[in-house]
Ligand binder design. Structure first.
Ligand SMILES: [Zn+2]
Length: 81
C-alpha cells in the first residue's frame, strides 16, 4: 500500500521487509518511494496531495473504475489503528 495516499494496487510494495525503498512511483499520488519521501514525511506529502485536490497522477495508468480517493485515504488510518 502507498503510505502517502493509501493506494493498494501498487505493483510491488513501497518498502520491502528490510525497509528498502522500491524507487517506484505511485501512479495515484506520484510519490517516488525512497526519493520524494526521503526528504519529506509521508504526512506532509499526503497533505500536499490532498491540498492539490487528490488527483490521479499517472497518465499511462488509469485509476480503477471504482476509484475514490477519500475512501482510499481511510486505508492509511485503518492500518494504523
Ligand atoms: Zn500514492
Amino acid at each position: 500500500m502507498c503510505p502517502v495516499c493509501g493506494y493498494t494496487k501498487l505493483d510491488e510494495p513501497a518498502y520491502d521487509e528490510k525497509g528498502c525503498a522500491s524507487f517506484m512511483i505511485c501512479p495515484c499520488c506520484g510519490t517516488e518511494f525512497g526519493y520524494d519521501d526521503s526528504t519529506t514525511r509521508h504526512g506532509e506529502l499526503r497533505k500536499r496531495w490532498v491540498d492539490a485536490g487528490m488527483k490521479w497522477w499517472s497518465t499511462s495508468l488509469h485509476p480503477p473504475a471504482d476509484w475514490n480517493p477519500e475512501t482510499q485515504l481511510k486505508n492509511i488510518f485503518s492500518e494504523k489503528a
